[in-house]
Design a protein around this ligand. Structure first.
Ligand code: PGA
Length: 250
């Protein structure tokens, strides 16, 4: 693992004014450290405000929660990659479980988005994860591998630029996190999938997401296959987020 990533997914929270207030508190508490990156995924209309606040802090990456793969045109309600780049984004989430399960994002859609982001030089944060009934039926790895299928056709060099996030659906926003050992098993499956496509371990980054909080972050990032965390609820409060970002592996 080359770096430790703490990513905050604000979901449908924090307009520009709230984002600025958050960053005033957070930036005072957060000390840059080599090998550590903080990524923030605000709603689209707050990307520019966040990017402005962190313009002197290149270790803080701003990203979009969702993009459309076409560059421009008659796609009411969608946001293109050039638009988020103009606003200051360098990354975007792809295939978050809420996009897959509430908005019907398909495996093919996730592939189109990831490809378009890579073509534009942005980092896709490609999210995968099983539902509770799928885990209970013993289908976790099969579900994750099927979701990874969206990336079929990408070469090793393209794949190595993707950051993965394993987020079991049953752990998102529920207060129940996967144990580090459970997560490690799925992370290992993602590593194997990448190895099968010619990507070296050092070029694979897999975050864990799902009810990460100050109390469990250290045990999760101490697991060698967990390269960082993707945090929803606990990334919304500046002091708590600063506490999470200050965590280091044991
Ligand atoms: P949570 O969300 O931390 O609130 O569980 C994680 C996510 O959806 O990325």
């Amino acid at each position: 693992m080359s770096k430790l990533i703490f990513a905050g997914n604000w979901k449908m929270n924090m307009g520009p004014a709230a984002a600025r207030d958050f960053l005033k508190v957070f930036l005072q508490r957060y000390k840059k450290e080599s090998g550590v990156e903080v990524w923030i995924f605000p709603p689209a209309s707050s990307i520019e405000a966040v990017a402005r606040e962190v313009r002197d802090r290149p270790e803080i990456v701003v990203g979009a929660q969702h993009v459309y793969w076409e560059e421009s045109g008659a796609f009411t309600g969608e946001t293109s990659i050039p638009i988020i780049v103009d606003a200051g984004a360098r990354a975007a989430l792809v295939g978050h479980s809420e996009r897959r399960h509430i908005f019907g994002e398909t495996v093919e859609d996730t592939g189109r988005r990831a490809r378009a982001l890579l073509d534009a030089g942005l980092t896709p944060v490609f999210c995968v994860g099983e539902k509770l009934e799928q885990r209970e039926a013993g289908h976790t790895e099969a579900v994750v591998v099927a979701q990874l299928g969206g990336l079929d056709g990408l070469n090793a060099s393209q794949l190595s630029k993707i950051v993965f996030a394993y987020e079991p659906v049953w752990a998102i926003g529920t207060g129940k996190n996967a144990t580090p050992a459970d997560a490690a098993q799925v992370h290992a499956a993602i590593h194997n999938w990448m190895a099968g496509r010619g990507v070296a371990r050092r070029d694979v980054t897999v975050l864990y997401g799902g009810s990460v909080k100050p109390e469990n972050v250290v045990s999760l990032i101490s697991e060698p296959t967990i390269d960082g965390v993707l945090v929803g609820g606990a990334s919304l409060e500046a002091a708590g987020w600063a506490e999470i970002v200050a965590a280091r592996p044991n």
